[in-house]
Design a protein around this ligand. Structure first.
Ligand SMILES: Cc1cc2nc3c(=O)[nH]c(=O)nc-3n(C[C@H](O)[C@H](O)[C@H](O)COP(=O)(O)OP(=O)(O)OC[C@H]3O[C@@H](n4cnc5c(N)ncnc54)[C@H](O)[C@@H]3O)c2cc1C
Length: 508
């Protein structure tokens, strides 16, 4: 490969996925991190279905699934009594090939991504720090401090800041990071223990003034606990497991034998004012931070990485105008702002003090949730929201057309079907090409075949079936699918001029 034209700063999940996509698509990349080694603590532990769909495109979904455990059910406890159980198993059936959420701790997850990059000959340059940078006409001049402590200047066509919440890239760009910080201090602990709640399911417990969430982890007797730190200790440094309120832990009859990792944190909610300035981009926690409610943060960073990766590939290959890169910010900032607002509401509710909030939390929600989960429409709504499969870009300049209920900017609906040998397969299989393609369910119009042949654009024609209809697709319509699995243009199939104009504008 030629000299890397993309410099990725930060080898957290966001930077690693960006580097993996670029490398798989044939773009040389340089990835640096100021730390000596990958993270060794579990931090974000939930992988959402949309992330697994992207991982299937990258050929790593099976590895994650083999190493993770699926999220079977959530149990709700009030003051030591179990008041409800919400089964999650296959909650997203007919929506995604991964109808569940996967528990895959961030240390194991990063290790898997690093392994995959190594297999492709890309190695994270450790103890290498971005110190400063300046932009000129044809690229970015990055000032690095290498492992040996030596200064180095590296000239890249693009600089991508995946350098976390305290981003140097964001600071040097002087991009604002407006938002705020919640008052309470929370703890996270990875423990080894025993008790009736070590049953492979998630448990959420509420008391008058406290909450505890327990997630199962790989390995017998291992679990993640998340809870609040007692108010009077909020400003104390060096808090330990012994300092947290143990009564809620005891009520769940959790016997803690060892605390493998303990950390306290304040929760912030902030979105950067810009995600792009010229040839420099902000992704992941460098661009947005919010409460961990719903396990969205890391998955959103991975979504940013995929969104930008294919656009960089296309522009660097001269297969798209540079204006394609300008669609990254509007597509991702809209989702980040919505996410911060939603998680803010959810988090404010979970952590609110006062008699009314307590009453709703302790009496209404524990009864309402299991009741609502009996209805298929509610289960689907929850899955679509939490799994990130509902993320769409309807207002993007890249999104065009509507046929039936499917619009340009929607994620390509997932359609399972049997192949000629009777084996189950689906319409996401061709997305592993990481390239543009056209899908047609039924018969492709002759003009569509001609355009695809002339432009060497892969045309995938699937038989029309009930699953396609159920997914909202329209028979014989043409769906132009972006490399990241979102629909760029949808057309009834009769208007080839629209498709030609779109391809000329965005694919050169
Ligand atoms: C205690 C804790 C618990 C968490 N729990 C959850 C959870 O339950 N659920 C959830 O969704 N999220 C959780 N998170 C958040 C989650 O870890 C982040 O959302 C995720 O790590 C973001 O990934 P990222 O790649 O964008 O950034 P990061 O993982 O922060 O990676 C940034 C990388 O950039 C490197 N870097 C920074 N500056 C430079 C520089 N100048 N030069 C070179 N390298 C640099 C850093 O060393 C780091 O490796 C938790 C975080 C913490 C700390």
């Amino acid at each position: 490969m030629a000299d890397p034209q993309v410099l990725v700063v930060g080898a957290g999940p966001t930077g690693l996925v960006l580097a993996l996509w670029l490398t798989k698509a044939g773009v040389a990349v340089r990835i640096i991190d100021k730390t000596a080694g990958p993270g060794t603590t579990s931090r974000a532990i939930v992988l959402q279905a949309r992330t697994l769909e992207f991982y299937r495109q990258l050929g790593v979904d099976r590895i994650a699934i083999e190493r993770g455990i699926d999220f079977k059910a959530v149990n709700l406890w009030i003051r030591g009594g179990r008041v409800g159980r919400v089964p999650f198993g296959n909650i997203g059936e007919a929506i995604s090939p991964y109808p569940y959420a996967l528990i895959f701790p961030q240390d194991l997850h990063e290790q898997m991504l690093v392994e995959q990059l190594n297999l492709l000959g890309v190695h994270v340059e450790r103890e290498t720090e971005l110190v400063d940078f300046t932009c000129d006409g044809d690229g970015v001049r990055a000032e690095l401090r290498t492992k040996a402590g030596e200064p180095e200047v590296y000239h890249a066509a693009y600089l991508v800041g995946c350098d976390g919440a305290h981003s140097t890239v964001r600071e040097k760009l002087a991009v604002g990071f407006p938002g705020g910080t919640y008052a309470d201090t929370y703890y996270v602990a990875d423990i080894l223990g025993s008790g009736p709640v070590f049953d492979g399911e998630m448990h959420g417990a509420l008391d008058y003034a406290d909450f505890l969430a327990m997630f199962p982890m790989q390995g017998g007797g291992r679990a993640r606990l998340v809870g609040t730190v007692r108010k009077k200790l909020h400003h104390q440094q060096d808090l330990r497991w012994e300092d947290v309120n143990q009564s809620i832990v005891r009520r769940l009859k959790i016997k803690v034998e060892a605390v493998n990792w303990f950390s306290t944190y304040r929760v912030h909610h902030r979105v950067a004012s810009h995600f792009q300035q010229g040839r420099v981009f902000l992704l992941g926690d460098a661009a947005h931070v919010h409460s961990p409610v719903g396990g969205q943060g890391m998955n959103t960073g991975i979504g940013d990485a995929v969104n930008l990766a294919w656009k960089l590939v296309a522009v660097l290959r001269d297969a798209a105008p540079t204006s394609l890169l300008e669609t990254y910010e509007p597509e991702r900032v809209a989702f980040a702002q919505k996410l911060v607002a939603t998680t803010d509401r959810a988090f404010t509710f979970v952590s609110a003090h006062g008699p009314l909030a307590r009453r709703v939390r302790l009496r209404v929600v524990p009864r309402l949730l299991p009741f609502l989960f009996r209805f298929a429409f509610f289960r689907r709504l929850m899955f679509r929201t939490i799994s990130q499969t509902a993320i769409r870009y309807p207002n993007s300049p890249l999104s065009q057309g509507q046929v039936g209920t499917v619009e340009g900017g929607d994620r390509l609906p997932w359609v399972p079907f049997k192949d000629v040998t009777g084996k189950m397969t689906d319409n996401f299989v061709p997305l592993t090409s990481l390239d543009w393609q056209v899908h047609c369910y039924g018969e492709a119009a002759p003009e569509l075949k001609t355009i695809c042949e002339t432009r060497r654009l892969p045309l995938h024609v699937f038989s029309w079936n009930s699953a396609a209809a159920q997914a909202g697709l329209t028979q014989n319509a043409a769906y132009l699918v972006r490399p990241d699995g979102y629909i760029g243009l949808v057309d009834s199939g009769a208007n080839s001029a629209n498709l030609t104009a779109y391809l000329e504008r965005w694919t050169g």
